[in-house]
Design a protein around this ligand. Structure first.
Ligand code: SF4
Length: 264
């Protein structure tokens, strides 16, 4: 009797076994190894791979949302902006704590419907402890007045950082990451209907993106389910007059949305 086991090359034997397994899995009754069955197996494997990838994404999103919930539980122990301010105003979590003159928490109506967020205090703000009070702040007040808004009624103003970076340099990623939970808590307490990010740095930090400001402008985004619009920082408007027209368009868009949300 011929010993077929020893006659078949071991590689061929492995391939034949795999092909047979494939056919059994596919449920074909006859053992037919042909191109059609191989293609069927490939498409089935590809479908399985897509399902695995989708499940992996869903699981990752689930974990992310759990982390977010846990974080918000951890920082949501404040009942008012005053209590929160009091608890964090001595913060030294990053190096800016050592160089600031005053901690700049934020200002405006604690129940404001619109929240403006800039990047960090400047020289005037660092000296006074109030956000947006220099020339840029005065321009912001004029913009607000043009849509019948004022700081103490419809608006609350804050920054990503609560302390001034030396010489008004750009905030560093580690400083923003350390300070961001404070802004999140402010937003949670105020519950604005709309957020307006003033300038590239604030917009990119709030939206967790590197997309340039020019591309973020002109459409609505969301920050934790709150509609968010992006426009130029008033300091940029002081330097570049050409941005004023675009900024005015953004602000009118904001006002139109505000009017709609007020009616709901
Ligand atoms: S910038 Fe923010 S994290 Fe850094 S010391 Fe000031 S409050 Fe604390």
């Amino acid at each position: 009797m011929i010993d077929w086991k020893n006659q078949i090359d071991s590689n061929v034997a492995v391939l034949l076994k795999r092909a047979a397994d494939c056919q059994i899995e596919l449920g074909t009754s006859d053992l037919v190894i042909n191109q059609k069955n191989v293609a069927l197996k490939k498409s089935e494997l590809s479908k399985r791979w897509m399902t695995l990838k989708k499940n992996k994404k869903e699981i990752t999103e689930e974990i992310k949302s759990e982390i977010k919930t846990e974080t918000s539980i951890e920082i949501s122990k404040y009942r008012s902006l005053t209590g929160h301010n009091k608890a964090i105003c001595e913060c030294q979590k990053c190096s800016l704590g050592a160089t600031r003159t005053k901690f700049v928490y934020g200002a405006g109506n604690p129940k404001a419907e619109v929240m403006f967020v800039g990047e960090a205090p400047g020289r005037d703000e660092d000296l006074s402890g109030e956000p947006f009070i220099g020339r840029a702040g005065q321009l912001l007040d004029k913009i607000l007045a043009a849509i019948d808004f004022s700081r103490d009624k419809q608006v609350y103003i804050a920054n990503i950082l609560k302390c001034r970076p030396p010489n008004n340099r750009d905030p560093q990623p580690n400083e923003m990451a350390t300070c961001m939970p404070y802004l999140r808590e402010q937003i949670r307490l105020i519950k604005p209907k709309i957020i307006c990010a003033l300038g590239r740095i604030a917009a990119q930090a709030l939206l967790d993106t590197q997309i340039p400001l020019g591309k973020l402008r002109g459409s609505w985004h969301e920050f934790e389910n709150t509609p968010l619009i992006v426009t130029y920082h008033p300091a940029a408007l002081l330097r570049f007059q050409k941005y004023k027209k675009d900024c005015w368009e953004d602000i009118q868009k904001l006002k139109a949305k505000y009017d709609i949300l007020k009616q709901e």
